[in-house]
Design a protein around this ligand. Structure first.
Ligand SMILES: Nc1ncnc2c1ncn2[C@@H]1O[C@H](COP(=O)(O)OP(=O)(O)O)[C@@H](O)[C@H]1O
Ligand SMILES: O=P(O)(O)OC[C@H]1O[C@H](OP(=O)(O)OP(=O)(O)O)[C@H](O)[C@@H]1O
Length: 193
């Protein structure tokens, strides 16, 4: 049986990368692989969870059909290698660090995907982005503005395959919530108020 695409979305700084790192072993126990993204971001700012390429290289890979999914946001290009289709066909679940803006296109290609929306209170989010220190104040403001538009839109769609996970508290609690969503014990939860 084919595996399921699990599409983790949420604002920049909501903790997607941290959550995936913290849950990696327990996801592997669930036959769930985390795909490494290709991003036009400098290597120093990437960590191990993504591969950095130049814009030229990204464009070439995209034109050659190397990406199952690709999008542009925050002045960057993001690609998901097409090998995920082999993993899915082999019955593995695949977790993608995705984009809220690209969700409709992703759903068209993977109609039975599970969407996990990570939320964080706006004041906590601002502080985490500031503390992470990866972007300038202007870039942080632009990300916060984008956040207000997009998470509301995703929530307004009332998607039955949407699981809302709040990461305003401790990361360990968020890991447990993520695993419950994937195990199907919780198909929806309300965002932290
Ligand atoms: N639950 C949490 N509690 C405290 N800090 C967190 C939590 N989750 C993430 N962070 C911190 O917030 C910042 C943004 O997290 P990150 O994983 O880079 O977000 P994203 O991948 O969504 O952009 C990082 O500095 C990370 O260490
Ligand atoms: O449509 P959106 O939901 O706003 O998402 C747009 C992009 O922004 C985030 O990446 P970012 O460059 O911030 O990297 P990060 O996830 O590591 O913070 C997210 O992972 C998406 O790739």
């Amino acid at each position: 049986m084919a595996g399921r695409l699990i599409y983790l979305i949420g604002p920049s700084g909501s903790g997607k990368d941290s959550l995936l790192d913290a849950a990696r072993t327990r996801l592997a126990e669930r036959n769930c692989r985390i795909v490494r993204r290709v991003i036009t971001r400098s290597a120093e700012a990437l960590g191990e969870s993504a591969l950095g390429v130049s814009l030229d290289e990204f464009t070439r890979l995209e034109a050659r059909g190397e990406f199952a999914l690709s999008w542009r946001a925050n002045g960057l290009c993001y690609g998901i290698p097409r090998k995920i289709d082999d993993w899915l066909a082999a019955g593995q679940n695949v977790l993608v660090n995705g984009s809220r803006g690209h969700l409709p296109a992703t759903r068209q290609r993977y109609p039975d995907l599970l969407v996990l929306l990570l939320t964080v209170e706006q004041s906590v989010l601002r502080e985490r982005l500031r503390a992470r220190g990866r972007e300038s104040v202007e870039e942080i403001d632009a990300r916060l503005a984008r956040n207000e538009r997009f998470s509301e839109q995703v929530l307004a769609q009332h998607d039955p395959a949407l699981c809302v996970i709040d990461n305003s508290g401790a990361l360990e609690d968020t890991v447990e919530c993520l695993l419950r969503c994937i195990d199907g014990e919780s198909t929806a939860s309300t965002p932290h108020q």
